[in-house]
Structure formats: structure tokens, C-alpha cells
Design a protein around this ligand. Structure first.
Ligand SMILES: [Zn+2]
Length: 340
């Protein structure tokens, strides 16, 4: 009968014999030698009953562990020989990684920037946390103005002596106020940024994007404004679309307009969707003298046109996409996003 020492050497010997096997037949021969009916291990297990009782469980456990290890060794080498039989086809295609693409809102931002760039608008970027002054006060919205409603706006807690309240940018127009105060005239800029409001329902998301254009110089008039809007509308929505300015009120522009474009479905004749042939796009106007004054600009010498509206809205208007819930844009559901 083998000693315990000899038993513990078996896996090493089996490993050596299995590695030397060049095919399955040789491996089976080696396996029979180590695990077959006449193998040393089988004989050892059979003789276990002759081992004194007090040692039997210890020796039995060692023998069984050795058997499990030997079975593993021969399984591993069976795999090795099976795999080496399969020819390697170097002409097979590799595993192709999944390719993503820009989010449809990012695509729209790129496209809108490119259109305005063609007519001289430079894209600018601003902080997403803005002071009360640039977000409201300098835009002709005094402290009691309803647009500052706590329920619509994310005011920030901050420590230190900054002396002003801070807010997550509620609209892209705060960028216009900032650029007027901090940069040299003439200015021809487009600001596209994230905006935050306390709203979430089928037609509102708490984070969305707006773009806000500004052209400030001597002699800028409403005719320039109409020209810029027409250029954008025809580039983005198509050459056949018309632009209409409708008088309106905004605190930071005077005069102010709502910008309508002719309906893409009925071409302005009037249909179930648009009623009278026009659909509303966004707001525009000539900057209010108080806004220029807040930026220490002489409103008698300088005039400025401004316009702006939501990127998501513009995107959905062109695509004709009828989403039952606008929040789907930001749910990151690939089944939806992969379609664009
Ligand atoms: Zn229509």
C-alpha cells in the first residue's frame, strides 16, 4: 500500500503525464493509469478498510482530495487537446464594439450653432450657476418680479460674503446680461446652455436647453432681427417656411415679439394642428434700454437685437415627432435614442 507521501505526489505525476499526451488517446491511457480500476489510487481506496480506525478518516479524506484533483487534471487536458484541434481562422471578423452616437439634443445644438456661425454669431458659454443680478435684476426683473418665484427657480445655498443670491440658470438670457457687461462691443454671440426650473410633467423637464442670440452695435434695428430669424428658420426648417413677428411682452426687450413660423403641414393655409397656418417658435425683440443701462452701455448710441427659445422644442417642431411625454428625451432609453 502507498504511503501518504506517495499519495500526495500523485497529482504532480499525473500533471506531467497528462501534459505529455499529444492526443486524446494518449491522454486516456494516462488517465487509466492514474484513475483506472487497477490504478494505485483505486487500490489504495480499496485497502482503506485495513487502515486503523483512528487514522481512517484522515487518510480517507487525503485520498479523496487526491482523486478529485486527478479528475480535474484530466478534464483540463481534455479541454486543451479539444481546443487545439479547432483550426484558427484568421479571416473571421473580430467582435465589433457597439458604436454610439450623439444624443439628438446634442445633434440639434451642433446644427443650430453651425447655422448661426454662418451669419457671424460666435458661440459663447457661461456658468450654470448664476448670480441673481445677471439672472434677474440686470434683465429688468426687479425683486418682486413673478419670474423669480421660489417655486419655479432653484436658488442655491452658499456661504461667504458674496453679497448676492445664486441660482441655477433659469434661462439663457442671463448669459446675454453677462456678455454685455463683460465683453467688448460690437457683440454678435449665441449662447446655448442648460436651464433649470422646478417643473416636471409631460411637456416640461427640470433641465432643458435654450439658445439666446445677441447682436449689439450701432444702428441695429428690427430689420436685422427679422433677417436673422428668417435665415435661421429657412436653414433649419426649410426654404419654404415663413416668419411672422407678433407683438408681445418680455421684461428684457422693448419692443418684444413672439416669433411664429408658417405651419409645415399645411404650408400656412391652416389645418387641424395649427388652426390659422402659423405655429409659435419663441421670443425675440430689441433689448430694453434698462438692460443696456444695467451693463453700463449708452442706449442712445447702441441698440441690440435678442432672441431665444428652447432647443428641445425647436427639435421636436422640425422632426414632427409627437412624443407623448417630453421627459423621454432624458430617460436614456436606447430603444428610443437609437432611432436618431
Ligand atoms: Zn397647419
Amino acid at each position: 500500500m502507498m504511503t501518504l507521501e506517495e499519495l500526495k505526489r500523485l497529482p504532480l505525476e499525473a500533471e506531467r503525464a497528462a501534459s505529455a499526451a499529444k492526443n486524446q488517446a494518449e491522454l486516456r491511457q494516462a488517465e487509466i493509469r492514474f484513475l483506472g480500476r487497477k490504478s494505485e489510487l483505486t487500490l489504495f481506496l480499496r485497502d482503506l478498510k485495513n487502515v486503523p480506525k483512528e487514522k481512517r478518516s484522515l487518510v480517507g479524506r487525503a485520498a479523496n482530495e487526491t482523486r478529485v484533483r486527478l479528475v480535474e487534471i484530466f478534464e483540463e487536458h481534455t479541454h486543451r487537446l479539444t481546443e487545439s484541434l479547432a483550426p484558427i481562422d484568421v479571416t473571421l471578423l473580430g467582435i465589433q464594439p457597439r458604436l454610439g452616437h450623439s444624443h439628438l439634443v446634442s445633434q440639434a445644438i451642433e446644427e443650430i450653432s453651425a447655422i448661426f456661425k454662418e451669419i457671424g454669431f460666435k458661440r459663447v458659454r457661461h456658468p450654470e450657476v448664476e448670480s441673481d443680478w445677471y439672472a434677474f435684476e440686470s434683465l429688468n426683473m426687479p425683486p418682486d418680479h413673478p419670474a423669480r418665484d421660489e417655486w419655479e427657480t432653484f436658488f442655491m445655498d452658499h456661504s461667504g460674503n458674496v453679497g448676492d443670491r445664486f441660482v441655477l440658470t433659469p434661462h439663457a438670457t442671463s448669459g446675454t446680461a453677462r456678455v454685455l457687461a463683460t465683453r467688448q462691443l460690437p457683440l454678435c454671440v449665441i449662447n446655448i446652455q442648460k436651464c433649470y426650473r422646478r417643473q416636471s410633467d409631460v411637456s416640461h423637464v427640470p433641465m432643458f436647453h435654450q439658445f439666446d442670440g445677441l447682436y449689439a452695435d450701432q444702428g441695429v434695428t428690427i430689420r436685422h432681427l427679422k433677417g436673422v430669424l428668417e435665415y435661421f428658420v429657412k436653414s433649419y426648417f426649410g426654404a419654404k417656411r415663413e416668419v411672422r413677428l407678433r407683438p408681445h411682452h418680455f421684461p428684457f426687450t422693448e419692443p418684444s415679439f413672439e416669433v411664429d413660423i408658417s405651419c409645415g403641414i399645411c404650408s400656412g393655409r391652416g389645418c387641424r394642428l395649427c388652426k390659422e397656418g402659423w405655429v409659435e417658435l419663441g421670443g425675440a425683440g430689441m433689448l430694453h434700454p434698462n438692460v443696456l443701462k444695467a451693463a453700463k452701455i449708452d442706449s442712445k448710441k447702441i441698440t441690440a437685437l435678442a432672441f431665444g427659445w428652447g432647443v428641445e422644442r425647436t427639435l421636436l417642431m422640425r422632426s414632427g415627432l409627437e412624443v407623448p411625454d417630453i421627459r423621454i428625451l432624458y430617460e436614456n432609453d436606447l430603444r428610443f435614442l437609437e432611432q436618431f
